[in-house]
Design a protein. Sequence first.
Length: 697
Amino acid sequence: MVDWLEDLNQEQKEAVFQTDGPLLILAGAGSGKTRVIAYRIAYLIQRRGVPPNSILAVTFTNKAAGEMKQRVESLIGKSITGMWIGTFHSVCARILRIEAEKLNLKPNFLIMDENDSEHLIKEAQKALDLRTTLGKPAGLRERISSLKNNLISPQEYLSSMASSQSERSFALLYEKYQELLRVNNALDFDDLLFFTVQLFRIDPLTLEKFQGHFKYVMVDEFQDINSPQYEIVKLVSWKSRNLCAVGDDYQAIYSWRGADVRYLLENFERDFPEAKIIRMERNYRSGPAILDAANEVISRITRGKEKRLWSTKPDQHPPLVRYQAQDQIDEARFVAKEIERVCLEEGRTWKDFAVLYRTNSQSRVFEEVFMSRRIPFQVVGGLRFYERREVKDAVSLLAFLVNPLSEAHLRRILSWIGGIGPSTMEKATESGLPLWEGLLQLEELGGLKKPAHQALQKILSLIEYFRNEKEKQGLTELFRNLLERSGYLEFWQSQGTLEAQNRVENVKELLNLSRQLEEEYPGLSSEEFLSHLSLYTDLDALDEEKDAVLLMTVHSAKGLEFPFVFLTGLEEGVFPHWRSASPTELDEERRLCYVAITRAQNRVYFTWARNRLYFGNWVQSEVSRFLREIPEEFFPGSPPISGEEYLEGKRVLHSAWGEGVVKEVEGSGEDTIIEVFFPTVGRKRLILKYAPITILD
C-alpha cells in the first residue's frame, strides 16, 4: 500500500489530500503532475471510499489514459472497474451512445475521420453546386471545425454571422454537411463535443443524471482545452464543485488547433471563485541552470500564472552550451560531432539525444548529415523528409520532365493536377502503350473530355518550358519556376490550412537543397540532382527499434524528457516563427521555447545559423530574442553572441566605464571587435571575447 507521507513532497501532498471543492493545480514542467493525479485518484478510492464509477478523469491521449489507469491500480493493489477515464472525445462518445435517442441519433453512429469528413464536404459541394466557389474541402473542414469548437451551429452562423453571399453559401454548405452526416448516421470528431454540450443544455434531466453520477472530476492538461471541453466539465461538476484542473499555462502551445489558455487563466476562477490554487514548482527532471534559463525566457510573457521552477538536482557540466553556426549545414555538423563526442567521452547512447526544431522542414539537413556520418536516427511526429507527400510530388514533377516515360511519376502528378482520372488512364493504356504516349494518342483522336484536355495541355506546356529553359536557367531557378507554373504551390496554398502551409515550407526546403547542391557542384543538372536524391532515399530505411537519436518538432516533444537536448534554429523568423507577429502569438512561441528547454535533464545546446537558405535564397539571420534573453553568465566558456545585426546600437555596461552604446562592429565569433561610446571616457575599441561588459538590451 501507499506510504502517503513519504512518497510526496509538501505541495504534492496538499494537491492529493484537497479532494473537496474546486482545485487548480499549476503543475510546472517536471514537477510530478502525473504522479499527483494518480495518487489523488488512489486516495479517493482507497482512503475516502469513493466508488471508482463516481470518478471522471479526462486526459488528452488514449495512451495517457491507459497509463494512468495502470498507475492507479498499482497504487491500490487491485484492478479498478467502472471508473470513467479517457480522452474528451472517448468520454463524449460514450455519453452520446447512452443518450443518442435524445438527439435523434442511433447509438451505433459512425465517427468520421478527417478524410471521411472531406469526402462528405465534397458531396455537399456537389449537391449545392459550390465546387468552385468556396475552396478546397480540407480548408472548409477546418472552417467548420473552428465553428463547432466555438459552439456555433449552421443555423446560428447563417442567421447572425453570414453577412455576404460567400458566407451564406458557406453556411448552407455547413448545413448540408451536417445533413449528410445525419443521413450516414455519423458524427465527426468535433460533433462528439458539440452534441454533448447541446445535450446537456437542452435536457436538464440528463445533465442532472451525469452531475449526480460524477462526484469527482479531474482534467489533465487543462491549458489545452477548448470551448466545448470547458463547457462539458463545468456543467458536469457544477453541482458537486469537485472539479480538479491540472495544468501549466507556461506549456500552452496548441492554440492553432483550438486550445484556449484563457480557460485556465481566467474562466476557472471566475466560474469557481472559491477554488484553491496550488503551485507545484519543484522540478525533478533538470538541474538548476537549465531551469534558470527556462525561467528567464518565460518571465517575459505578457500574461500568465507566475511560477518559477527550481531543483535540488546537481548541475551536469556544462549544463548550457551555445553555438553560432555559419549556416544550417554547419549547425547540423556541429550537432552530429557533439553527439559523437559525448557518446565517446561520457559513455552515452544515441537515444540519450533529442534534436528539436520549430518546423518539420528543418529536419532535412540533420537527416542528411546524420546519414553521412552513420548516426542512427528516427524522425518523430512526421515522415522523414524524403518520404513526405509534397516532397515526392515535387520530385516527381522534375523526374517526369526529365523522363516522360516514367509512369509512376506521371501518375503522381495526375493525382494532384486533376482532370485525368483512373478511367481515362485505363483507356490510355488498354492498347499496350505507355501512359504518356496513350494520353497523347487519345488527345490526337479527340478522345479526351475538356478537364482531361486542359490537364494534358498544362503538362505539355511544362515539358516545352523545361526543354527551352533547362540550359538557360540554373537548377534552382528552373525548379522553382516549374513548381509555380504547374500550380503545385497554389494547390496547397489555396487550401488555407496550417498543414498545407507546412507542406509548402517543405517544398521550399527542397529548393534550399537544390541551391545548396548547385553551390557545391556548379552547373549541376536536373539528372544529377535526381541521382543525388535517390542515394539519400535508398539509405533512409532504419530499424525503428534501434538505439537512435530522435529528431522532432518542439510540439512533438511536449511531455517527453531526454538527457541531452539540442534546440536548433534559434533565429528571428524561425523561432520565434515569422507568422507569430501579435503579442498573443509571440507568447505562444515563448511558451514553446520554455517547453523545449525543460525537456532536458542534463544539458541543453542552443544553436543558430548566421545564414540560412529560405526558398532557395540565402538570408542573413538574427539570433532569436529567446536566446538573447538568457544572461551571458549562464554560458561560461561559450563565445558571446555577436554579429552586427545584433550588437550595433545596443547599450552595454562596462565594469569600469559604466554604460555605453555600441557604434561599430568588426569581425565575427571570437574575433569580434566592437567600438563603444562611453560618456565617461569617449570611444573605446574592445575585443568582445575579453571585454568586461554586460549587454543591457
